[in-house]
Design a protein around this ligand. Structure first.
Ligand SMILES: [Cu+2]
Length: 291
């Protein structure tokens, strides 16, 4: 039986081999068809773009593909930085934006802010996910600590071209906490709990707003934070943890954050066109206790 069984086994493995080869050929043919087939499917996850911020520059790609995109901000320090995504309409360029921001006055209408990862402590990271349409953009830092000169005036302006993409765009992240922004208020859809959360930020106001998340150090209060902002001497009274950078009303901005128990401050620093005062001075500042 052995004598006949062996050739049978060899024959069987040859059949398997032949089967594999035709499967590989089939797979190769399938690959050739794949780009057309992929258009109909949805990409599993957003594109990820890493943005390094430092005193005073951004290091990041010049061109990305359109679609749902997660901007991962890594603050190399030593200062506090964020990455505000500004859409450049009317064929304006990052140089036009730099020029316009040198002139005091209203924010240029052709340069709507659409979100981005908000300010985060040095040597920490933050993220924001949003749908990026093809076009021209600039990434800028509006933080003016310390010294009151906004970082974009020190070189933190980076051009970004978003190229049309034929591939699928990922679906929007599934959020478990919706933050609605109005003049001048934050509304949470559900009480904030400890743990990892996906936030969806919706601006329902006419002007831009942001969510800056600050975890107060034990024993520190919102007043301590306000005093530090006016005179940033000594260590800050908490951790600056990210959030969503200023955005005009429109598509939502998503961010993820691991929330640990403590007292949080939600703040908006966007200056109001009426009086130039930051929105937190109009009441857009909220304390949230997480147990
Ligand atoms: Cu605001």
């Amino acid at each position: 039986m052995r004598d006949t069984a062996l050739p049978a086994a060899v024959a069987a493995s040859l059949l398997v081999l032949a089967g594999c080869q035709s499967a590989e050929r089939a797979a190769a043919r399938h690959d050739a068809d794949a780009p057309a087939a992929a258009v109909a499917t949805v990409a599993a996850a957003p594109n990820v773009v890493t943005v390094h911020a430092m005193d005073f520059a951004f290091q990041m790609p010049d061109t990305i593909a359109a679609g749902m995109t997660t901007f991962h901000l890594v603050n190399d320090g030593p200062g506090l930085h964020h990455a505000v995504i500004v859409r450049l309409d009317s064929a304006k360029t990052p140089a036009d934006l730099e020029q316009a921001l040198k002139t005091p006055g209203a924010w240029p209408r052709w340069a709507p802010m659409i979100g981005g990862p908000n300010a985060v402590d040095p040597h920490a990271d933050a993220n924001a996910t949003l749908a990026m349409a093809p076009g021209n953009y600039a990434i800028i830092c509006l933080v003016d600590l310390p010294g009151g000169v906004p970082h974009f005036a020190k070189g933190m302006v980076h051009p970004l071209t978003v190229a049309a993409s034929t591939g699928p765009s990922a679906a929007a992240p599934a959020a478990d906490e919706v933050v609605t922004l109005t003049d001048y208020h934050f509304a949470l859809s559900t009480p904030l709990t400890a743990g990892s959360h996906t936030f969806e930020v919706q601006n329902h106001a006419a002007q831009p707003h942001e969510v800056a998340m600050i975890q107060l150090a034990p024993g520190k209060t919102a007043n301590d934070a306000l005093q530090w902002l006016q005179k940033p001497n000594g260590p800050p009274p908490g951790r600056v943890m990210g959030g969503s950078a200023p955005a005009v009303p429109g598509a939502p901005v998503y961010f993820t954050m691991n929330v640990t128990p403590g007292q949080y401050l939600l703040m908006c620093f966007v200056p109001d066109p009426k009086d130039g005062k930051p929105h937190f001075m109009h009441g857009m500042m909220q304390t949230v206790m997480v147990s």
